[in-house]
Design a binder for this molecule. Structure first.
Ligand code: CMX
Length: 399
């Protein structure tokens, strides 16, 4: 286990969600389809669950009323303003700095606003830590869409300025508006996207990193920025960018409407070059990710004839067999990242290297909900024991 990425070691307490290898994620006991049924939508009349409602569920364990979800919207709208130094910093990043690096750096810089760091410096009692972490969590989540939208506009929209927050609208509407998108279904997609990417229990790289760094009592901004640097890895959140890069290359090289045998050849070609097929496989899941399936349902409803969606569906038919033939892949089924890009492309967001930032905005909900509980439990600094190889040999009495 210690040489194998700590698979299966039970070493974390995470209240917000639990991942079953076959069924997938449950947020506080609710599966994704159940969340879609019980969580509030925008104004009670929207199609998709509000991330605000999911955050309430993650933090409290209770399904919120419409009024409670709306109260979170109001809080986030009220707390969205960025300090000037962060805007200046964002506007001065070079255009060749990856959007995730910009995102992480800006979050780190936001720690000038940390109420927890200030309270700690003022000698606040340990029993009250969680209250300041809660304040930071609410502030940070509120500010992330504006940070992300400035990065997007600076890189892809000639630095045009983001509009003001509309207090009558929700977190996702304001985010898509600041990004410059008007299609109401893109906003519905974003509500779904920001809800389902939020949390995946505690051991994934971004959540675990945030939890670990937070255990040193680094404030929520520093902790979450660290988690974002993990999300930026190609085996984790960057896979949503990698999927689109891979699929685009596939289309360029072998074209559209190709028979399954041609797709098989292309997939084998990728594997023979020693590369992974992005968007497939998982360290815990052993069946198709329900986050993939819910995005597939969205596509079936809103873009059934889109050529890229058709290709992604064909890959769903072919890739698992090829990965099974490879013989070593424990889960040949698609994960969340195999489907998100096709939806974003359909609504006009073509900039693949931006996709992980959207994942990051969403992941703040789960990481922050967990961090509030970490401090409420008064969890100590994390410090597992390591041995050298001779030490492990001795432990298992190997010669
Ligand atoms: N394509 C090719 N090979 C794969 C593979 C894939 N999609 N998934 C796993 N493998 C390989 C592994 O690289 C490993 O090979 P080696 O023994 O030669 O190193 C072998 O199969 C066994 O790996 P595993 O136990 O099945 O998978 P891990 O738990 O080690 O890794 C993951 C999980 C996600 C990193 C891996 O499946 C992968 O690299 N997938 C592609 C990248 C991806 O989609 N990541 C996103 C995951 C979701 C997220 O975090 O956002």
């Amino acid at each position: 286990m210690v040489y194998g990425g700590m698979r299966g070691i039970r070493g974390l307490v995470t209240e917000t969600s639990v991942l079953d290898p076959d069924e997938g994620i449950r947020f506080r006991g609710y599966s994704i389809p159940e969340c879609q049924k019980v969580l509030p939508t925008f104004g009670g009349k929207g199609e998709e669950m509000l991330p605000e409602g999911l955050f309430w569920l993650l933090v409290t364990g209770d399904v919120p009323t419409q009024a409670q979800a709306d109260a979170i919207t109001k809080e986030w709208n009220d707390r969205a303003a960025l300090p000037n130094h962060v805007i200046t910093m964002l506007n001065n990043f070079p255009s060749n700095l990856h959007p995730m690096s910009q995102f992480s750096a800006a979050i780190t810089a936001l720690n000038s606003e940390s109420k927890f760091a200030q309270a700690y410096a003022d000698g606040v009692k340990k029993a009250l830590y969680w209250e300041y972490v809660y304040e930071d969590a609410m502030d940070m989540i509120a500010k992330l869409p504006t940070v992300a939208a400035i990065i997007y506009r600076n890189l892809f929209r000639e630095g045009t300025s983001v509009g003001a927050i509309d207090p009558k609208k929700d977190w996702s509407w304001n985010f898509t508006d600041m990004l410059g998108y008007e299609d109401p279904y893109f906003t519905e997609l974003m509500r779904l996207y920001l809800a389902i990417h939020s949390d995946h229990e505690g051991g994934n790289v971004s959540a675990h990193t945030c939890h670990l760094v937070g255990s040193a009592l680094s404030d929520p901004y520093l902790s979450f920025a660290a988690g974002m640097n993990g999300l930026a890895g190609p085996l984790h959140g960057l896979a949503n960018q990698e999927v689109l890069v891979w699929v685009t290359k596939l289309r360029e090289e072998i074209g559209d409407n190709v028979p399954p045998e041609k797709l098989r050849e292309y997939i084998w070609d990728t594997l023979n070059k020693g590369q992974v097929v992005p968007g497939y496989g998982h360290a815990v899941l052993r069946k198709t990710d329900p986050r993939y399936l819910v995005q597939r349902e969205f596509a079936q409803k809103h873009l059934p004839n889109d050529p890229l969606f058709k290709l992604v569906s064909e890959l769903f038919e072919v890739v698992p067999d090829v990965l099974t033939e490879l013989g070593k892949v424990k889960n040949p089924w698609p994960n969340v990242d195999a489907h998100s890009g096709v939806l974003l492309q359909y609504y006009g967001m073509k900039e693949m290297n931006y996709y992980t930032v959207l994942f990051g905005v969403s992941r703040s909900l789960g990481c922050m909900a967990s961090m509030i509980w970490d401090r409420a439990f008064g969890l100590p600094i994390e410090r597992p024991k390591s041995f050298d190889t001779p030490g492990y040999k001795k432990l298992v009495k190997a010669s």
